[in-house]
Ligand binder design. Sequence first.
Ligand SMILES: [Zn+2]
Length: 137
Amino acid sequence: MICEIVTDPILLSRISRPAQAQDFNIARDLRDTLMAHADHCVGMAANMIGRPVRVIAILLEGEPVVMINPQLLKTSGKKYTTEEGCLSLKGVRQAQRFEKIQLQYQDEQGRQKQRTFSGFPAQIIQHELDHCEGILI
Ligand SMILES: [Zn+2]
């Protein structure tokens, strides 16, 4: 289901709770909503569709990848300053990101995954992880 985008900074500033088995349907709605905005959006967190739960979805080579309870294990490479936009906010703002990250998460089937990302995908994930902590750019 394509959901409405939350733009209220107070709601977006709340820390999301861990996802549980009954929350896995959020993943589907988040994926549907991301794909509806795929021409101008590369990632979303579930609190952006009104579900303050630790689920994020990003586009990797045009395909949606959902990550449930994503957890940053390690950052490496240099830290750099970049400009980012956000579907929930107007304009672009500066953000600091790490070049490389190691991430643990569950996929939509509940399988535990561990993956390393670098460059743009790493940047998108760091933006969405911030959303889970109630941090806006
Ligand atoms: Zn955002």
